[in-house]
Design a protein around this ligand. Sequence first.
Ligand code: ADP
Ligand code: MG
Length: 271
Amino acid sequence: MTNTPPLPADGSSTLRPSPSVVARATDVVRVFGSGDTAVRAVAGITASFRRGEMTAIVGPSGSGKSTMMHLLAGLDTPSSGTIELDGQLIARLSDDHLAALRHERMGFVFQSFNLLPGLTALENIRLPESLGARQRSRDDVWERELIARLDIGRVLHRRPHELSGGQQQRIAIARALAHRPAVVFADEPTGNLDLATGDVVLRLLSELVVDSGCGVILVTHDPRAASRADRVLALRDGRVVAELGRANATDISALMLADAHDHSDASLRTP
Ligand code: ADP
Ligand code: MG
């Protein structure tokens, strides 16, 4: 933190006021349907996500977590408000540019792993880079480091069905990070894993975030998973009702329970 270089004083063309911000939502609203049946899935959220930081978005089912993640990843469009990703306002991008931004600057880790069954583990890891508009030369050193640290060297030539859930998710993490994205979206990444395996996967993800310098947005309803994050945003009814720094699972659980019984924002907000 203390070594962060000063911002250029000339306010040059970039949208980013800070080079450390990888994603930003400003006054974002997403309404599904219209009239009496309209649902405000996201009801006015402003939040920034930084490089080298894992942010957990927690909240009960239906609180707007997945909708928010889809909006941040450019997979859905806000009814109002703006989303910036890696310094670009995504509303201004053509579909092709947005697809390129997604392939080159974002990584995804899903609950269900989402590896392609016909490809080996290594082919899955290399898939995002082959989809990018610009064929970037592979970063072999980084790829080797990921494989070593995720301990997947011995399973690279196997197909997903030959791997355990924990192995599949470690392959998915390598896939998400190999092309050096600016931001990784992880949607309930431990949802299909036992507790111990889930802990290992999240510890690896949080360590790799720091070392690769990307930002991670972790969507989860699991307080234990959220306790691995540097920051926790609690959602309810499409709004941020509390924000915590690094917290243990007990405190996050208490926050989520308090949140379920008490709608008064002020009592939950920590400085
Ligand atoms: P979470 O991920 O926290 O469980 P979601 O973002 O999936 O919450 O959903 C938030 C609210 O928006 C819920 O009431 C859900 O029913 C509604 N919703 C989500 N997606 C759609 C959709 N495509 N059409 C209509 N309503 C939706
Ligand atoms: Mg969801």
